[in-house]
Design a protein around this ligand. Sequence first.
Ligand code: CTP
Ligand code: MG
Length: 182
Amino acid sequence: MNAVTAVLIAFWTMLPAYVPNNAAVLAGGGRPIDGGRTWRDGKRLLGDGKTWRGTLVGTLAGAALALVLNATAPAVSGALGVSLPRFPPAVMLALPFGAMLGDILASFIKRRSGRERGAAFPLLDQLDFVVVALALAAVAAPGWFRDTFTLPVVLVVLVLTPVLHVLTNGVAYLLGLKDEPW
Ligand code: CTP
Ligand code: MG
């Protein structure tokens, strides 16, 4: 597999995991998942940045995008000359929900390490959602996962994701959608 092919497959396949966080920024608000509760250390369990609405809308946005990608995969594959994967139904949910769950787990870790809502945690911020999205996809459809996430594709995902994350969050910050650029 050449590098361009690996980048195209990695980007395409991870789109349903990339979009949820951005959708949550736009849709977030309302009741926090932790309901305001604190952990034994007296700090918030997750914080006000993880809401039910953001999580639900983020997950649905990623799943809806997977539907669109599946419908357009044949045409786009033909146009690019690259065989893009189609998402099995379980993966359409596993990728976006895994992304949201990874972000939520990261907030739990951030709060335990004493970081307030919005504080930066380099690498955790950029890769939390990838790791859990991939793990859930692997559980949801092991055969599809092995065929799709070959070593070159996984390597591209690990390099490409932090770059895209920094770029999109930077843009969201400049547009005033996000309070911090990470
Ligand atoms: N958001 C949400 N629900 C989620 C994830 C995000 O509502 N499950 C919304 C919140 O409005 C949040 C914003 O998206 O403030 C930005 O997300 P993120 O950077 O992940 O949250 P932070 O506010 O920075 O909080 P944390 O320090 O816990 O990451
Ligand atoms: Mg943040």
